[in-house]
Ligand binder design. Sequence first.
Ligand SMILES: Cc1cc2nc3c(=O)[nH]c(=O)nc-3n(C[C@H](O)[C@H](O)[C@H](O)COP(=O)(O)O)c2cc1C
Length: 183
Amino acid sequence: MHMLIAYSTTEGHSAKVARFAYDTLLREGHTGTINDLDNVSRMPELAGVDGVVLVGSVHERRHSPALETFMQAQRAWLSKRPTVLLSVSLSAAFEQGIEEARDYVVETELRTGYAPNDTVLVAGAVKPGSYDYFENQVLRFAVLKDREYEVGTSDHEFTDWDALRARLLCFFEASTASRRSGE
Ligand SMILES: Cc1cc2nc3c(=O)[nH]c(=O)nc-3n(C[C@H](O)[C@H](O)[C@H](O)COP(=O)(O)O)c2cc1C
């Protein structure tokens, strides 16, 4: 299998998630390319791609314009191969936030007209050193509001890497099976 891993990040955590997906892919004996969708000078190479891992974070309830533009522009191409969206948000880190995290995905699907085959809600990270005053206020009073976490001065990752690895392995396995059955 040759996979494209395409990501968009604001504070860097989705880049780390994408790199993790890429390393997991290679460890399983597959090949792939990893692309930063925010870097417009390097549009992903689509030729020869069997499946796609899309990775992007949520800010103020939306996935980034770069990710949504790619999903919308390439929806015909994407719909012909297995795809998974790794949606990175802080809502996904809290039981009471899961429904909201799902809503972000549904809203993206409605806006882009494209629904991936599978979606993983990935708990993101808090990086206090990366925020300006406004972002800090949004994070504390809009995103984390009544959730049981106090933003301190150090970074904190909520991502469950083992659970993410298990979901990726399922996706790679299912993609390989569907490719074989199409041959
Ligand atoms: C200004 C700001 C707004 C955010 N808005 C949301 C939000 O609406 N919902 C949510 O679940 N997480 C929100 N987050 C949390 C991010 O999704 C989380 O920190 C994620 O790990 C960022 O990934 P990135 O580093 O790839 O950009 C927000 C974070 C910041 C700084």
